[in-house]
Ligand binder design. Structure first.
Ligand code: IMP
Ligand code: MG
Length: 172
């Protein structure tokens, strides 16, 4: 059986998201950004984040795959669901669950830029540093980890563990 080692409790996640939501609400004051969440992993984070914001937002989803049931990015990104909202001249905020190599995010960043938005920024629940390959700027991160494979709170391993309310380090 794989081991689950606690990384963040429900309370810790809530506190970190509240403080991030205050920063985002302040930075986007008097604007109405489009939050572009990356399925599936980011849906739990998105739903808690938007209820802490004090600004109006619009929401869209995209789905980009590079993982099978392995634990490392192939870098070979496939878009299986694109944008539905017209984002030309809009302020976009990408909502990710975790940035690892950064290859997925940099692909998504370029994809969004192709629609002619006013701005594109990046917001992630977890920023995992050890395997970063792409040179990308992360504007908002709730929590930084050095390494490991994390699950829970939307994050999966081969579609397991997404339902857990806390975040764990999975030891296979
Ligand atoms: P990247 O392209 O290597 O940055 O990988 C990004 C995607 O891989 C994330 O959006 C996640 O869906 C998945 N991923 C990367 N690391 C983890 C992890 O530790 N746990 C769960 N999913 C992960
Ligand atoms: Mg993802």
């Amino acid at each position: 059986m794989p081991d689950l080692i606690p990384v963040l409790t429900k309370d810790e996640i809530e506190r970190k998201i509240s403080s991030m939501a205050r920063r985002i609400s302040y930075d986007y004051k008097d604007r109405e950004p489009v939050l572009v969440a990356v399925l599936k992993g980011a849906f739990v984070f998105l739903s808690d984040l938007i209820r802490q914001l004090t600004i109006p937002v619009k929401i869209d989803f995209i789905r980009a795959c590079s993982y099978g049931s392995d634990t490392s990015s192939s870098g070979n990104i496939q878009l299986t669901k694109g944008l539905e909202i017209d984002v030309k001249d809009k302020d976009l905020l990408i909502i990710e669950d975790i940035v690892d190599t950064g290859l997925t995010l940099s692909w998504i960043f370029n994809y969004l830029q192709s629609f002619g938005p006013e701005s594109v920024r990046v917001c992630t629940l977890l920023d995992k540093l050890e395997r970063r390959k792409a040179d990308i700027k992360i504007d908002y991160a709730c929590h930084v980890v050095e390494r490991g494979f994390l699950v829970g709170y939307g994050l999966d391993y081969a579609e397991d563990y997404r339902y857990l309310p806390e975040i764990y380090h999975l030891k296979l």
